[in-house]
Design a protein around this ligand. Sequence first.
Ligand SMILES: *Cc1c(COP(=O)(O)O)cnc(C)c1O
Length: 658
Amino acid sequence: MSAALPLPSPEMRDHALDACFLGPYGENDTLLEKLMVEFLRDHVYWRRNFHPEDPPAIATACAQHPDYLAFEARMRRELHQLSAALKKSVPFHSPRYIGHMASDLLLPGLAAQILTLPYNPNNVSEDAAPVTVDLEVQVGLQLARMLGYPHDPTQPACAFGHLASGGSLANYQALRLALALKAFPVALRAAQVPDLALPADDWGAFNLAAADVIVLLERWQAWLAAQSPEQRAHWHARVEAERIEQRGLAGFFAAHPTLRVPLVLAPVTAHYSWSKGLKLLGLGRDQLHLLPTHGMRLDPAALRDTLERCARERQPVLMCVAVLGSTEYGTIDPIDAVLAARKDARRQGLDFSVHVDAAWGGYLATLFRNEDGSLRPRAEVAGEYVRFPTAAVHAAFAALGDTDSATVDPHKLGYLPYGAGAFVCRDHRAMTLLAERADYVFHGNIPRDYLARYRSLGQFVPEGSKSGAAAAAVYVTHKVLPLDHRHFGRLPRATVRAAEAFHACAQRFAIDIADRLHVLVPFAPDSNLVCLALNPCGNTRVAGANAYVRALHDTLRIDPGQPLQLKEFFGSVTSLRPQMLGPADTARILAALGLDPHSLGTNDDGDDDRLMILRHTLMNPYLIDHENGISYIERYFEFLARRVRVLATAAGAGIGST
Ligand SMILES: *Cc1c(COP(=O)(O)O)cnc(C)c1O
């Protein structure tokens, strides 16, 4: 590359981030080691102080016994083998890793998780996790605040959130809750509960707004509590018998022939967990209706058309999913426009939940939050970046608080170990409908204390036994780095800036290499994920461009047969399919790359029905190393330029496939 771009000024270095991670070089090794030793000792003291009068069950001399020594030897041997094998792992911690959605781990979370592991709490209930189950409920409130949901547990309409193994499971939980909310008023009608002012027909009952279902639910609970014990048991059993959770989809819809199985609307960019979720719930993939996008962002006009058709044809809609940071392109859907479309659909009698799949982008919300929880105006946020946030992106984040539920992955942009996704719903009272045991019958009413209620977490979540250590990790991280722009937000800020630097470098690269290669950033990045479309000059066929990108990617992906050190950079690939892109964007991108549109999708057995592109996740906080004046982003483009020359030579020698 010619003249290098100037590095962002050293004043932009954020020293608050210096102690956050173990670091690319393991710079903070003594810090982590001190913490580990300190808390391991602490744990041992705890064991010893439980009943100090109980003598040691394993005598010191046992450590000399041949069987003990043999066991230790076997254990060491296996651990050494494991440790050796793990050296082939993907170096997520390195600023040379810009592939998938993974990076280094935040020290507070890593330390909290390791610290908690030997206590082994099971967050299924307080009986097995007297400490960490509360931490998990607190995490739900922390995330609710970040999203703009009500988060004061003394208020009746407070949000609720819990952890799950990941974003996929959190998405299934969202489907489960939306279905329960939709079907419950229909069950009340079928059971002919008196005095509740129920909707006049099944269609109306199936299209109540979530807030109205909650009002109805509370009325029903109060009515039930006022009955005699016999009447209470009778009516409870009657309603339960009509619920979709009891009857199953087949029984429920057979009993309500005017209702059809509802659709789930999601943009074509939606994660494949939605397809899995519809299969899992038995709704079937046929009910997943994928909406077209503009520039990989949900197209609100198409949503409105679909909603109008649904209202006209009396086709119920369970939920509309808006993606906050698509997995493949990092694009952000217009959540505000989705909410506006729902408002209009309501006038036509059609209602549904709006769920935000923010598994990837959820933590970006910290960029928009003040310490007091208020929203930062766009102009103020924009002062810290070149282009971010666009008006559309700011409006999407500003609208989060009005959605019904969200998925956020602490194990993605929360920089925490795997096994930590989160589901958050705006009004916790809906969760009653998911309870495995209808506790209000036995207590006459729901426990009023919010925390006490959710200590039996297993009642509400899809899983049974679950990690309390993961909850501790998320909680401690959010305490050390509160979820506002002055604390946690420093981290995504560094990554969005890195993405802007990457975008600028890509544009410069495109100019520098224009005589050899067409280079295009197909969509201006909404946040910290940037894609690159490439095609060697002279090639007009999609198949040729794809072969080229695959050849480039071969040098960018993990190869277990090769020493890791031979890898200069790690990147990932994704594809652009015309069905997803729409005709206008497809034409624009192909033209910019000098590709013939007729070469698309002509080959049934190949992959030329789509365009392969490079995908870069800029999550590492050290992509711009102020200490040594190194930009790994510039180095990456220098590396690409070298690869382009090598591939050109290979093609010249007849090896290439263009
Ligand atoms: C990663 C991701 C998921 C799935 O989350 P897992 O934690 O991998 O289960 C869902 N939706 C989006 C948008 C994602 O990026």
